[in-house]
Design a protein around this ligand. Structure first.
Ligand code: SF4
Length: 247
């Protein structure tokens, strides 16, 4: 007797075609809104992964996070903040004294100089308090625009820009929200298409997405909540056409 068991459903084969639907606009407001909606649903309460209890602690943690994992930074910061509780304590030491404590985060000589330099600047020019404007933050040693955006967004609650780290860079290109490679230009592109009130949330959500699913090599497209609206050229699995320049 022939078997009546239905054949198992086949998974969609990885899409190989590199075609663009005529009139497709990757930054159309409806598409961007759909991306943001799905990110909100998937990552409803994502926050900055760097542990901190003040603007100063967040500034230091962000400086330490360059080329280093947040997990590693979170292991180091409790030790240094116990030893040096305020910016004034950091301002009173030489960078060399800090180096052994932050060595494991990499680039420790430069980072020590930045942190002690930042502490001196904050003590001397800002009364010991981290300032809350982009203009002022950019005068602090070690605080470039990305660091300033982290502090402004995650501590002061100000959406002044979009944090563009390696994850935001990669995923913004895969999602065709930018064609640029320079972080400043990517940020400008994102600021044009993402509503300002979402800038900080978007950064956190994309950073989380980049760690969990849209990883650099072999992104987990079959598990991705954005799969059917993502046309990245380096998808590992796809139900939609892929765009070879979107990666
Ligand atoms: S579908 Fe794949 S490439 Fe696109 S955002 Fe998701 S994980 Fe990244």
């Amino acid at each position: 007797m022939p078997s009546t068991t239905p054949a198992p459903k086949k998974k969609a084969a990885p899409a190989k075609q590199f075609a663009k639907t005529k009139g497709y606009n990757p930054v159309a407001p409806e598409r961007v809104a759909e991306i943001l909606k799905r990110l909100d649903t998937t990552y409803p309460s994502v926050k900055c992964a760097l542990h901190h209890s003040s603007a100063w602690e967040l500034l230091v943690a962000t400086i330490l996070s360059a080329q280093c994992t947040d997990v590693r930074v979170n292991m180091v910061t409790p030790i240094i903040f116990k030893k040096y509780p305020t910016p004034a304590h950091f301002a009173a030491i030489e960078p060399e004294e800090l180096e052994p404590d932050i060595r494991s985060t990499g680039f420790f000589r430069n980072k020590s100089k930045s942190i002690v330099g930042a502490a001196k600047k904050i003590v001397n020019d800002f009364g010991g308090k981290v300032p809350g404007t982009m203009e002022e933050l950019l005068t602090i040693p070690g605080a470039a625009r990305k660091t300033a955006n982290v502090v402004l967004g995650s501590w002061f609650g100000k959406n002044v820009g979009v944090v563009v780290d390696t994850h935001v860079h990669r995923i913004s290109r895969r999602l065709e929200l930018t064609k640029n490679n320079d972080p400043i230009r990517i940020e400008q592109d994102l600021m044009k298409v993402i509503p300002q009130q979402k800038w900080t949330d978007f950064s956190h959500q994309i950073i989380h997405h980049g760690r969990a699913i849209c990883v650099a090599r072999n992104p987990k497209c079959a598990e991705c909540p954005l799969e059917d609206i993502c046309h990245a050229g380096d998808k590992t699995w796809s139900t939609v056409d892929m765009h070879k320049d979107a990666c």
